[in-house]
Structure formats: C-alpha cells, structure tokens
Design a protein around this ligand. Sequence first.
Ligand code: LLP
Length: 443
Amino acid sequence: MFFSGTMRISDEGHLLIGGCDLVKLASEYGTPLYVYDEELIRKKCRLYKNAFAKEYPNAEVVYAGKAFLTTAMCRLVDEEGLALDVVSGGELYTALEAGFPVSRIYFHGNNKTEEELDLALEVGVGRIVADSLMELEFLDEIARQKGKEVDLYLRVKPGIKAHTHHYIQTGQEDSKFGLGISDGQVLAAVDFVCSRKRLNLKGLHCHIGSQILNPKPFRLAARVMMKLIAEIKSKKGILLNELNLGGGLGIRYTSADEPCDFDSFIRLLAETVRQEAGEMNLPLPKLMIEPGRSIVGEAGVTLYRVGTIKDIPNIRRYVSVDGGMTDNLRPALYEAEYVALVANKASAAAKEVVTIAGKNCESGDILIKDIKLPELEKGDILAVLSTGAYHYSMANNYNRNPRPAVVFVRDGRADLVVKRESWRDLVRLDCMPERFKKYQNPV
Ligand code: LLP
C-alpha cells in the first residue's frame, strides 16, 4: 500500500490528509467528494521548478488545466509561478475569472472556435498553439478583423508512439492533433506564418501522450523537435528559440506503476536538448513542459459512502458506492486501475476480495475489480487514491447525478473550492416549451 503527500492514519484508525479526518469531511461535505492535498500539489509544482533551476534555467513549467481546473486552482498555479495551458473558451474564462495573468496563458486545441479565438485575441493570451493550416488561415483572418497580432507556436506531430493507452497517444502521424513533419505540413505552416504580418512564429510545440511511465519517448521527441528547429533554420532561415515539449509524465495509480521521478525526467530533457543543440550548432531554446496529471493526480482522493452489498455465491461480492463513472470515467474509458482504502477502518487488515461498483445504470460502471479490503459494511467511507487528474474535469451528469464538491485540505483546515451540484442545479438550464406549460410542477 502506498501513501502519498500528507496522508496518515490517526490514532482512531481514520485516514487523514492535510491533517483533516476524511470521515469527518465525508459527513460535513457529503459524498462523493473530491479531496485535494494542497501541500502535495504545491510540492509537485516546486519539484518541477527546482529541477529546471538546476538543469536548465531558461525554462517554464506550464500547468495543463485540462487535468483539473477551478478558479482556486488557477490562483494556486499563479502563486507557485507556473504558466497555464487552456484548451477551451471555458478553461480560458475560468483563468480570466481567477485573474490569472493572461500573458502566461497558452491556448491549445485542434478546433478552436471563432468565439474562443475571438476571446483569446481580445484579452491577448501569451501564445496560441496553432494546430493546422486551416486554423492559421482562420487566425490570420480574425487577427486582421481585430487589428491584433498573434504570437504563436506550431503544434507538431513528432511521429512517435508512446507506450500508453492508445486513446491517450497523440504524437503519432495518424493523430487528429498537430501538423505532420514528413508530409511537409510543418514547413508549409512556417511559410504561411512568415507571409502574414500579423502572425508571429515564436516556437514549436509537441505532446506525445499521457500517463507515460518510461521516459525514453520524451528523449526521442526532444531530438526530433531539435532537428526540426535546425531544418527550419537551414531551409527557411528562421531561428526558433522556444520549444514546448508538452506534458505526459505518468503517475502511480497502483503499486504496479513506477513513474520516473521529476529530477531524472527534467535532466533527460535538458541533456537531450543541450546535446542536440551542440551537435547542430544551435543556441539553446527556452524550454517548456506542460504537466497536468503529474502535478495534481496523486494529490486527489475521492470519498464514497458504501451502500448496497451483493453476494453472488462463488462468483463475487459487489460493493456499490454512491458515485462511479459520473465522477471517475477512467475505468470505463481506459480500463484504468485504482487502489482504495477504507477511511474509517484505515488500520484494519484487508480480509476480503470485493468489486467496487458505481451507482450508474451501466454494467461497465465498475470502479475497481477485485480489491482486497477490510470487511465492508453499509456506511463505510471508501477513499479511492490518485484521483486528482482527469476526474473532476471529466465528471458528468449521467443518470442526472449531480457532480461532487471539491475540497482543498491543508494544515488541518478544509476549504470548499467547488460546491456540490444539487438536483435543482440539474434542471436549472432546462426550458419548458409553451405547449407543455399546462402541467403543474409537483415539486
Ligand atoms: N499538453 C497537451 C497539449 C495535452 O494534450 C495534454 C493532455 C497535456 C499537456 C497534459 O498531459 P498530462 O501531463 O496530464 O499527461 N483523459 C485522459 C488524459 C488525456 C490527456 C489529454 N492531453 C486520462 O484520463 O488519462
């Protein structure tokens, strides 16, 4: 069993994070509940920054908001001195609402809408990461209409297949993201940008995938990108001096996962970039990475209350909890595996193998298949670990289940950062056409 961050067991046998008793949090805020170890998020931000300070000072860490974004999280990211990657008008709006410095916002996406680009240009985000030739034309047009200039990166497919679930591989040629190298798209994009006075090419970007435990593909990507910078210099006479190598470093979900530590990861990138620059006689570019999961993933747990327990003789025991694929889509989407602890029986010995089922009407709504836990009873509080990335951000209202609240814990205090949705919230945006209005509302 692994404990991360400030997770401890109290004398009472309860699980604590940030000095807060998870059993008490479950009663106070209700379940399911996302709980974040604020100290651990900050520690991860600092580990990345310190690793760069040692290995490659001309660098920037850009937090990938898609992993988990709320206005409070934006403030934390800013306090820790990281930049922010957003991929939608909604994420951009969240950052603006939190007062995040616009010049440190990077705007991504393979199909940014006119409305989104309009907002991005209006507020003047730091960099727009252009994903296609068609988008460049669109950007040029919007920039012309608004009389603005755009500082941009080109997102490149480095043609690398990372060892991860194929749904979260993004660096290979056959991907909806980015411009290809071998098919000449990157060079064509460079030509286009250089022919437009409102578009300023500042650098290149790539992202090869997510939950990558073996760091070797990152080295390959760094090499390919440095060679591309050299090719653009020799063929087009343009020296690009910003290189964003994306996110993707994996975390520990179960004891089978052995992630690469941040120091070795950054050292590997720094050494590769330095070596390539030396060989090709290029100045060292400003280096960026865009971690999401490795900053927030292990800092989050989800609390559930145990409900119905069902035995199927000689087959399995299903223990159902009050959430599921609505707050954690990853098992259903990627067959992701998790570990859980019983927050009110944290020091009890694991005795029985059970399957943790969600409450949604879908047979695939299983959170954990076959896990050995202390004997479970109705009302117990289950804590599923490593649920800080792509859980709240992928939560949904299937079966009209309200989305959980989010709490940050630190030094013995808990602060709500997102309220729990209510049933009322679920009907808030519903509209009633005139012809249905004769019915009385019985609620
Ligand atoms: N930069 C770009 C351009 C990205 O597309 C992503 C993730 C990141 C950075 C951050 O990657 P990270 O460090 O978090 O691995 N929903 C999936 C993950 C999708 C990742 C999408 N892009 C999951 O739950 O595993």
